[in-house]
Design a protein around this ligand. Structure first.
Ligand code: ATP
Length: 245
């Protein structure tokens, strides 16, 4: 296997809601150990794409993950193969404690050494959660909820973590903390597919990126090139660049 082997390989994926195609013939790849970001305005199809990759929505096209064709793979099968999704709405069990949310996230591995080891690792990676282990998830701050959603997704021991707008609604300091953790996860060997509207932060973190508009990829390349691309600067980085100048 070459160094640039792809963990996830998507070819001409299309997803429709009734007769409306929200994702059209998207091809992308996530190399092993990389952070790949998907940028784009509201309604571009980013969430739809992640849901289709996870098997939540039916799609046309070809998806290969860890060498396996996912055409008939169920959601549970994809989790078992090493995919995990942190949804935009975070979807925690609000009347359960932080620890019980994590335990549920890893229930498929309950009773194994890997389960206990991962739980301990989560307390190290997310010290804020360790301090709040017995607190009800519904009483956490927005940033803490995002951390819990990520930690819960990590409890299944994924090879690929898909994050849907983790910075949404969070203060800049917390966003920085979350992105620092994403980099740490990548360094620990988890590949990341990061959907973001915060293009500046995402392109600083990512190795490569894709820009979606109206369900299609309109730009793609190494993050360093996208940061310097006139269209990206004008559409996604311009206002803040001007404000910061
Ligand atoms: P945002 O950044 O606002 O979350 P997005 O890029 O994630 O946007 P999607 O949520 O994937 O975009 O939506 C893509 C398109 O599909 C939009 O036009 C949206 O209105 C439409 N859409 C999403 N969910 C459904 C649904 N359940 N039924 C019909 N259309 C839908």
């Amino acid at each position: 296997m070459s160094l640039s082997a792809s963990l996830l390989e998507v070819e001409r994926l299309s997803v429709a809601y009734g007769r409306v195609e929200a994702v059209r013939e998207i091809s992308l790849s996530v190399p092993e150990g990389a952070i790949v970001t998907i940028l784009g305005p509201n309604g571009a199809g980013k969430t739809t794409l992640l849901n289709a990759l996870m098997g939540i929505l039916p799609a046309r096209g070809r998806v290969r993950f860890a060498g396996r064709d996912l055409a008939i793979r169920t959601i549970e099968g994809r989790v078992a193969d090493g995919m995990s999704l942190v949804p935009e709405k975070r979807e925690l069990f609000v009347s359960m404690t932080v620890e019980d949310n994590l335990r549920l996230g890893g229930f498929r591995r309950r009773g194994t050494a890997a389960f206990d080891e991962t739980l301990h690792r989560m307390w190290r990676v997310f010290p804020r959660l360790a301090e709040r282990r017995t607190q009800l998830a519904g009483t956490l701050s927005g940033g803490e909820r995002q951390m819990l959603a990520m930690a819960r997704a990590l409890m299944s021991g994924p090879k690929l973590l898909m994050l849907d707008e983790p910075s949404l609604g969070l203060a800049p300091l917390i966003v920085r903390e979350i992105f620092r953790i994403v980099a740490e996860l990548r360094d620990a060997g988890v590949s990341i597919l990061l959907v973001e509207q915060n293009a500046r932060a995402a392109l600083e973190l990512a190795d490569s990126g894709y820009v979606l508009e109206n369900g299609e990829v309109v730009l793609q390349g190494p993050a360093v090139d996208l940061r310097g691309d006139e269209r990206v600067v004008a559409t996604y980085l311009g206002i803040r660049a001007a404000a910061g100048a």
